[in-house]
Ligand binder design. Structure first.
Ligand code: TYC
Length: 102
């Protein structure tokens, strides 16, 4: 006998089974030692910001203590955090990058 449970779009539309994946903010934390230019370079290189935007975000972190670099899926956010922290460590700066769920 014909069963259309898995194919009938109306079933999914009435009660969607797929939830939107959570989003994560990637954030930068302020510190007293990392040079401002180094932070700007990171925002341009790893977050594709133009220099003006990167400067704004750097100053936001410098004055407010924290700033948002961007919003991503969990996997992408984790990778951004990892590469920023690794790059900073390799350059012997204490800059810290972290993430939080929206
Ligand atoms: N506060 C640092 C300084 O005065 C600059 C800085 C900005 C450091 C942003 C970290 O995430 C940061 N050189």
């Amino acid at each position: 006998p014909y069963r259309d449970d898995d194919n009938d779009l109306s079933i999914q539309l009435a009660e969607p089974k797929l939830k939107k994946p959570p989003l994560f903010k990637v954030i930068l934390l302020n510190d007293d030692f990392t040079p401002m230019d180094f932070v700007i370079e990171i925002l341009m290189q790893f977050f594709a910001m133009p220099k003006e935007k990167a400067t704004q975000v750097m100053l936001q972190v410098h004055t407010q203590g924290v700033g948002v670099c961007g919003t991503y899926s969990k996997d992408v956010a984790e990778t951004k955090v990892y590469i920023v922290n690794e790059y900073s460590r390799q350059h012997q700066h204490p800059l810290l990058c972290s993430m939080e769920e929206l």
